[in-house]
Design a protein around this ligand. Structure first.
Ligand SMILES: NC(=O)c1ccc[n+]([C@@H]2O[C@H](COP(=O)([O-])OP(=O)(O)OC[C@H]3O[C@@H](n4cnc5c(N)ncnc54)[C@H](OP(=O)(O)O)[C@@H]3O)[C@@H](O)[C@H]2O)c1
Length: 405
């Protein structure tokens, strides 16, 4: 009997010009018989999106920025390309929910990714979720939309993708029924794993942007240096796998080869291993439940030689503690944490604050915010806006103090 050829899947990539977006296109290009690019989006990088349009011929290209959209339209016209250019957040929601689309890669960075990810969930797409901020900011709302919309949610974060791979499919979302004791999220420890508190005060942005194992966009690279990335992932794991904070532990594993583990009540610990290359989780989610060739080199265990494990140091890396505290506090705490972190990271990248100001700022904003039960998009966006305002006000006060002293 001949095997039926799977239908070509139409894919929208949100955040196509980013590191995850580019790696998604790399995997898709290896399987032209399986995937076709329906729509691409970016914020403002016209040349990068133009080149992708020429190569992948999507039906739509969306830019958040209006001027950028106009420039892209002109370039495509001159090049004789048929791709239609749209602009703005509503257009991102449109390409995420278009009836022609089968799968949506949600790879916008930050809270800006929430609305289109929600649109994909509500319209029942296969969602490849890289944008962890969606779950941190609006976990309850998003998971509800996935369920009500009949969407299929596949985690792209390498840690959650690993957990997903080693959990029995029939019991995802019910740890007790699966006999699972806890989830062990691995963390590289980032570039400052060995620095003491004193040295951490003066690390430069260039040093923080130099991750030892992964090539990633600037925001997640700074999050990895502060360990906030792991904190956001703890919250992400809570929503994806219905795990309590006590069922999620973090293990520092500097080699970044074990991408995470699941411990069962009989003492078994199952792990997923691979080279630190995001094309593995991307290919897994694109092909699920089938496996696809991803372009990732075979793992050479003899070259790696050994694995190390350490407990995370919450004194030196308070962001991880703050994320656990926000998860335990519930209500709008994770939304506040996420917003304050985004402001802090942007300020650090702009050289406006120091590295250890990042946790300081987040802790201050969390401490001064009265938590509420924010269940609607409007409520969540209001909490997010207020936390950003409070974060900017904190920075203005610090600058004033510095000028006075
Ligand atoms: N990189 C990784 O290895 C990795 C691993 C796990 C999870 N993730 C998650 O995946 C997401 C993307 O990460 P990344 O490293 O790929 O980020 P990135 O390289 O900075 O790319 C971000 C993408 O989002 C677009 N974008 C930025 N701001 C936007 C806005 N306000 N509205 C619409 N689009 C916007 C950018 O467009 P322009 O190019 O025009 O600016 C770009 O296409 C993040 O949530 C991150 O935590 C990443």
């Amino acid at each position: 009997m001949s095997k039926a050829t799977p239908r070509v899947q139409q894919v929208t990539i949100l955040g196509a010009t980013g590191t995850i977006g580019q790696q998604t296109l790399d995997v898709i290009a290896r399987h032209p018989d399986r995937f076709s690019v329906y729509a691409l989006s970016a914020h403002a990088r016209v040349d990068a999106l133009f080149e992708q349009c020429v190569r992948f011929q999507p039906r739509y290209a969306v830019m958040l920025d209006a001027d950028a959209a106009e420039r892209l339209q002109q370039k495509l016209q001159v090049a004789g390309q048929a791709t239609q250019v749209l602009q703005g957040m509503a257009a991102m929601e449109q390409i995420a929910s278009d009836p022609q689309v089968d799968a949506v890669m949600a790879a916008i960075v930050g809270a800006a990714g929430l609305r289109p990810a929600l649109a994909a969930a509500r319209s029942g797409k296969r969602i490849l979720l890289a944008n962890k901020e969606t779950l941190v900011m609006a976990g309850h709302l998003f998971m509800q939309a996935v369920e009500q919309g009949g969407a299929t949610l596949l985690p792209i974060d390498s840690e959650h993708n690993a957990v997903f791979q080693v959990m029995p499919a029939s019991h995802r979302g019910d740890l007790a029924a699966a006999g699972i004791r806890r989830i062990l999220l691995t963390a590289s420890g980032g570039p400052f794993r060995k620095l003491d508190r004193h040295a951490l005060q003066t690390v430069t942005t260039a040093q923080a942007l130099h991750h030892p194992n992964w090539v990633m966009g600037p925001k997640i690279t700074i999050d990895s240096a502060t360990l906030m990335n792991k904190g956001l992932e703890v919250i992400e794991a809570h929503w994806l796998f219905a795990a309590t904070p006590d069922q999620i532990d973090v293990v520092v594993h500097p080699q970044s080869v074990i991408h995470s583990m699941v411990e069962y009540i009989d003492g078994s610990v199952l792990a997923q291993l691979g080279n630190p290359d995001m094309r593995t989780p991307i290919a897994y989610a694109l092909g699920y439940p089938q496996r696809l060739e991803s372009g990732v080199a075979a793992l050479d265990l003899f070259k790696i030689g050994h694995f190390d494990f350490e407990a995370p140091d919450l004194q030196r890396f308070p962001c991880l503690r703050l994320a656990y505290e926000a998860l335990r506090a519930g209500g709008s705490a994770s939304t506040v944490l996420n917003a304050a972190n985004e402001v802090a990271v942007a300020a650090y990248l702009a050289h406006d604050i120091g590295f250890m100001d990042i946790p300081r700022l987040i802790e201050q904003v969390l401490a001064q915010t009265a938590l509420i039960q924010a269940d609607t998009l409007a409520d969540l966006e209001a909490v997010d806006a207020q936390a950003r305002h409070d974060a900017h006000a904190w920075m203005a006060r610090q600058n004033l103090k510095r000028c006075v002293s």
